[in-house]
Ligand binder design. Sequence first.
Ligand code: TYM
Length: 336
Amino acid sequence: MDEKKVEKKVMLSGIQPSGDLHLGNYLGAIKNWVERTDEFDNFYFMADMHTITVRQTPADLRRRTLEQLALYIASGLDPEKNTLFIQSHVHQHAELGWVLQCYTMFGELSRMTQFKDKSSKHQDNINAGLFAYPSLMAADILLYQPDLIPVGEDQKQHCELTRDVAQRFNHFYGDVFKIPEPYIPKTGARVMCLTTPETKMSKSIPEGCVFMMEKPEDIQRKFKRAVTDSDTENCVRFDPVNKPGVANLMSIYSAVTGKTFEQIEQEFSGLGYGAFKPQVGEAVVEMLRPIREEATRIMKDKGYLESVYRAGAEKASYVAEKTLRKVYKKVGFVAR
Ligand code: TYM
């Protein structure tokens, strides 16, 4: 009877545990993963191998990796329906990563925005791993033959490079890799910093960044202090060029409540920023509250977390091995 079962499409994504998870990670990525969990066969991981392209404190990296897993589960990723794993537990990533480095061009890697940003921030440590990072990311993705890669806007360039590398490899060896598509949300794809709304929200400016595990009063304080605009209009209106701070707050509010920009403009018509900012803060606090509480509970159960990441690595490794074997055969390695 099962023979006719239609295979589900595959969705895959990862986040680096290089900092505590923030609102950008949630609205740009995790929320989108959770919403489509039943439709797809899902693989989500903690990209710990990527984090060491920048120096990490080992104990912090370990804590954040586990907290990230707890937050995935608390956000609604049921480990029964989603394969949740730690990247370094699945050795096929490193192996395919090496092969794909040999199919990624120096020029392509030099053009990557994330490499340019990070190498200018860490000039004393422009290591080969930082440069070759997108080849490992291509391996992360292509091992699982996914259809969609749900990511925020900033990862689009890496996804496009992944497609180019896959197409290049397929051109030499036939249809080895499925060519995946990035899947970017309509709202929340690029959450901006609350204090400098011209740059994307990231842990590097903590005052402008809302962390998923942060206390409600700290979140509210950050929203109340959020930069709006320098004119005296004091009017909630969507104008990303002249009012980037207001536009960002409206985008956040829209992503959290599902309201359109017109509805938001109407809701705050005549009320000004003094009413608007705490209301956005409140909506974010209430969205994150149950997630934070559940993650705190899960974090205490180390045995449970371990059982999830072990089972996840086993499942992931099984799928990844099939692709890796095919690749090794195609390039001419003698079978083990
Ligand atoms: P990373 O760890 O920087 O970010 C994880 C996810 O969060 C999204 N994101 C944002 N979305 C909206 N607004 C923001 N301010 C914001 N900041 C981050 C990112 O777009 C991403 O979806 N290279 C990846 C990690 C990775 C990966 C992969 C992703 C490694 N291998 C394979 C997908 C598939 C990265 O550095 O994302």
